[in-house]
Ligand binder design. Structure first.
Ligand code: ADP
Ligand code: MG
Length: 159
């Protein structure tokens, strides 16, 4: 189990951290974005999308449950937001549960709504609001998810 705590002082910084994390993600990875409304989950998702070379706007899938984007790596990016569902049943009925995991990268906001559908192997990014512009980001790798140290430059670039 790996834990990692980061701090962001602006929405831009949160997106930049997301973009950096994206460089260490592989097809099939599942990333849970948790935190209260307005914490910055969708900003973080925007950063991940940018890091994966997604073109065009990345909007919150609050009403659609899922948005899918093409990445520069060939696999797609699946961005779920389960805020508006009551339970796993709703996702199962929609058939969208089949798009969790698989070959693309999956991001899930409000995974708490359907915990039973969350793959055991995942990375959770828990975002906590400290004040208007500051957030604490706690990264927690579970089920054998291998989190690379993406925040530091490679060793050979160190002075
Ligand atoms: N450090 C920060 N990180 C992320 N968002 C921030 C930060 N500071 C301020 N914000 C603002 O907080 C809001 C976060 O919105 P959003 O990403 O949609 O939240 P969520 O998806 O968690 O409900 C945005 O309006 C953003 O500009
Ligand atoms: Mg959101």
């Amino acid at each position: 189990m790996t834990k990692n705590v980061l701090r962001s002082n602006s929405a831009e910084q949160t997106r930049a951290i997301g973009a950096m994390l994206a460089q260490s993600l592989l097809g099939g990875d599942v990333v849970l974005l948790s935190g209260d409304l307005g914490a910055g989950k969708s900003e973080f998702a925007r950063g991940i999308a940018a890091g994966l070379g997604v073109q065009g706007p990345v909007t919150s899938p609050t009403f659609t449950l899922l948005n899918i984007y093409q990445t520069k790596h060939g696999f797609d990016l699946r961005h779920f937001d389960w805020y508006r569902i009551q339970d796993a049943e709703e996702l199962l009925l929609s058939g969208l549960d089949e798009l969790i995991g698989g070959e693309g990268i999956t991001l899930i906001e409000w995974h708490e709504r359907a915990k039973g559908l969350v793959p055991r192997k995942h990375l959770e990014v828990a975002i906590r609001t400290l004040d208007e512009h500051s957030r604490e980001l706690v990264l927690h790798a579970a089920g054998g998810f291998r989190l690379l140290d993406f925040t530091n430059p490679p060793r050979e670039q160190m002075p």
